[in-house]
Design a protein around this ligand. Structure first.
Ligand code: NAD
Length: 330
């Protein structure tokens, strides 16, 4: 198949090219993300291959359809950036990579918790400058703390199991509780109870209309004073302005983000020579108890290899008119 690959960073190109040796698709790589400015680049292709911050709203899907695009191959699990109604109406198949390395994301969430708690990000610079003072680096034992996992799918369960290994007490909330996880690792409770009892809250549910701003003023008010909030899932789960108020009042004691509501304008790009225009994001960076990574939780060699493998096998199945279990439907 002729495939226009958007948001194709050098590392994507490397892994897709290597895995494509055995599939033989015609891949055209474009570094920019897919939007109204770049959609014309898909002309002449049969499929587009996209990632988390490519825009696939109705207008763009209509343009893709006019260009003869028959397939949208997501290189990610989440599909909140795709207008599925529009794709279905226009007969465009959407496929995704449901799991590429849940370990990568879960382990990153744990790395953020440990870094933020033990202030490794601050200690690193202090020691390099010859400052060996410990003031301001005080952490707490994870052992014995209560951690709330919101969303106990593939990633949430792995994060929970790791934290269980640290000796944490786990509370879990999910629309569809997992009985094995509940019996062996954590106790399923109502969302309000999880919010009220957890010392650390880690978000692992998808972004849907129901979970948009799940963490808002009301949810923050229910939390323990000084709570640690970790979001490695999707930026839209958290109302950033509410979280800033929570940090200012010290209701939120620590915040770790790998994802951000308005990340599509910034993340995955080198903007170190630019003036960042997002004042809300810049305010977040001023807090000493906030750590942000730029949507890198998935970013391991294992995950990139799995993404390339599943994406190209999805494309092959659709090209051969075979059924594909990774097809996304409404
Ligand atoms: P999954 O589908 O295995 O699990 C999601 C869980 O959330 C399911 O158990 C589901 O029942 C639950 N859920 C759905 N709606 C809910 C709600 N309203 N309240 C509570 N729980 C709800 O997905 P996964 O593979 O574990 O991934 C979880 C999320 O992680 C993805 O949706 C994606 O947004 C995010 N993610 C982030 C990165 C990254 O690099 N930061 C990478 C991959 C995935």
């Amino acid at each position: 198949m002729k495939v226009a690959v958007f948001s194709a960073k050098p590392y994507d190109q490397e892994f897709l090219t290597a895995v494509n040796q055995k599939y033989g698709h015609e891949l055209k790589f474009f570094i920019p993300s897919l939007d109204s400015q770049t959609v014309a680049l898909a002309e002449g292709s049969e499929a587009v291959c996209v990632f988390v911050n490519d825009r696939l709203d109705r207008k763009i899907i209509e343009t893709l359809s006019q260009q003869g695009i028959k397939l949208i191959a997501l290189r990610c699990a989440g599909y909140n950036n795709v207008d599925l109604d529009a794709a279905q109406e226009l007969g465009i198949t959407v496929v995704r990579v449901p799991a590429y390395s849940p370990y990568a994301v879960a382990e990153h969430a744990i790395a953020l918790i440990l870094t933020l708690n033990r202030k490794i990000h601050r200690a690193y610079y202090r020691v390099r400058e010859g400052n060996f003072a410990l003031n301001g680096l005080l952490g707490f034992d994870l052992h014995g703390r209560t951690v709330g996992i919101i969303g106990t799918g593939k990633i949430g369960r792995i994060a929970g199991k790791i934290l269980h290994g640290f000796g944490c007490h786990l509370l879990a909330y999910d629309l569809y509780p997992n009985s094995e996880f509940g019996e062996q690792y954590g106790e399923y409770v109502r969302l309000e109870e999880l919010l009220a009892q957890s010392d650390i809250i880690s978000l692992h549910c998808p972004l849907t209309p129901e979970t948009y701003h799940l963490i808002d003023d009301r949810a923050i008010a229910l939390m323990k004073s000084g709570v640690m909030l970790v979001n490695t899932s999707r930026g839209g789960l958290v109302d950033t302005k509410a979280v800033i108020q929570g940090l200012k009042s010290r209701q939120i004691g620590h915040l770790a983000l790998d994802v951000y509501e308005q990340e599509s304008d910034m993340f995955f790009e080198d903007l170190s020579e630019e003036i960042i225009q997002d004042d809300v994001f810049e305010r977040l960076l001023t807090f000493p108890n906030v750590i942000i990574t730029g949507h890198q939780a998935f970013f391991t060699a294992d995950a990139l290899n799995n993404i390339a493998e599943t994406t190209l096998s999805n494309i092959t199945a659709i090209a051969l008119h075979q059924s594909c279990s990774n097809t996304v439907s409404k």
